[in-house]
Write a protein that binds this ligand. Structure first.
Ligand code: NAD
Ligand code: ZN
Ligand code: ZN
Length: 370
């Protein structure tokens, strides 16, 4: 079938992207789902820094690539071996499919799926298939999703069904920001009663960690970012205190556990320095692969510290996304307050500039339902 989607032509074009236009909204050909795959009509898709990292070359992926990995939509049709999804079912996309048959999947979320990681790096779906082309030229999938498009074919393992009372834009943000930030809190930090949590970096991922920590309600939540607007929103959402990284260093602010959600080595250093003895520093950000941080091994030993890396919120999406949907339904997780603006597919290059400047928490592309 013919679809419309946002294709990254090449990586590394200069900013502003509104002028260099690395992404073209194009007509593409999408082939039918294979036996384990599903055709989804996309309703909403959020912009995450991990999309921007492909555009600016922080994460090198094959191009041309149809971007977008934080998305939700409704099932249109399914392959022969998919027996548990009906047309019309609302689904959230998870950006790392689980094969359920590797050493990674056996860890229950702690270690990413090995086969899903391979297919994501290769720009294919879980079983190595590709369904996208433009004027006869093949186009790569992004993280098994490619959600910046009117329709997508994805593996069943990339989908989590949600009830239709969860609106599309909320469902989309559950798939990456909330699963990553909230999942890292519940599965990697695992706070105990009374523990203070600090979040360093308040984009969609960090702000999601913040609202999840407040919803869980174990102890005070401290917010850290360079940008005053982010600190103000964090206070409104219920942070007990909010600081710039410089203030954290100057005033010696500490927390029992600290989450790094910025994707920058300086933010990792801030997070490490601010962690109390015996505490966990959980890192979620994805900096440039060449980036290096400076921390003290003696402190790790002397203070019995733990550093944990968390990909995909160390989560099992089919277990954890329904839990966050339930928190949202109960009014405990105000995901709508993280949506800075709704945009259209044609705004995509400009929206990447906004994201790069830190002027948005989440921008969500809404499809008009044609
Ligand atoms: N681990 C995963 O599975 C996973 C999933 C999604 C995103 N990510 C990564 O998480 C990171 C955050 O994603 P996002 O979409 O929320 O990004 P974002 O760009 O929306 O937000 C990043 C925030 O960090 C702040 N920041 C930058 N440097 C800082 C510093 N030194 N100290 C404090 N704050 C700082 C920025 O002002 C911004 O508010 C990115 O690196 C992204 O690639 C990881
Ligand atoms: Zn993401
Ligand atoms: Zn696996």
């Amino acid at each position: 079938m013919r679809i419309t989607g946002a294709v990254l032509e090449e990586i590394g074009r200069p900013r502003p992207f509104a002028e260099s236009t690395p992404i073209n909204v194009s007509e593409l050909e999408l082939t039918d789902p294979g036996p384990t795959e599903v055709l989804v009509k996309i309703e909403a898709a959020g912009l995450c820094h991990s999309d921007l990292s492909v555009v600016d070359g922080n994460r090198v992926r094959p191009t041309p690539m149809l971007l977008g990995h934080e998305a939700a939509g409704v099932v249109v049709s399914t392959g022969d071996e998919v027996s548990d999804l009906e047309p019309g079912q609302r689904v959230v996309m998870a950006f790392l499919p689980r094969c359920e048959d590797c050493a990674g999947c056996a860890t229950g979320g702690r270690l990413p799926c090995i086969n899903g990681t391979k297919s994501n790096n290769a720009g294919t779906l879980l079983r190595g298939t590709r369904h996208l082309s433009r004027d006869g030229e093949e186009v790569f999938h992004h993280l098994g999703v490619s959600g910046f498009a009117t329709h997508a074919v994805v593996d069943r393992a990339s989908l989590v069904p949600v009830d239709s009372d969860v609106p599309p834009e909320i469902a989309a943000v559950l798939g990456c920001a909330v699963l990553t930030g909230g999942g890292a809190l519940l599965n990697a930090v695992q706070p105990e009663e009374g523990d203070t949590i600090m979040i360093v970096g308040l984009g969609g991922v960090g702000m999601s960690a913040l609202i999840a920590a407040i919803a869980e309600g174990k102890g005070d939540v401290i917010a850290v970012d360079n940008l005053a607007d982010k600190l103000e929103l964090a206070r409104q959402l219920g942070a007990a205190a909010a600081y710039t990284p410089a203030e954290v260093a100057e005033q010696g602010i500490k927390a029992d556990h600290v989450m790094e959600c910025a994707g920058h080595p300086r933010a990792f250093e801030t997070a490490f320095e601010a962690t109390r003895p015996g505490g966990r520093t959980v890192t979620v950000g994805l900096p440039d692969p060449s980036a290096r941080a400076s921390i003290s091994p003696l402190t790790i030993t002397g203070e019995a510290r733990t550093i944990i890396g968390s990909y995909l919120g160390s989560a099992v999406p089919a277990r954890d996304i329904p839990r966050f949907a339930e928190w949202w339904r109960a009014g405990r997780l105000p995901v709508e307050k993280l949506i800075t603006r709704k945009i259209t597919l044609d705004d995509i290059n400009q929206a990447m500039d906004e994201l790069a400047e830190g002027r948005a928490v989440r921008q969500v592309i809404v499809f008009d339902g044609e």
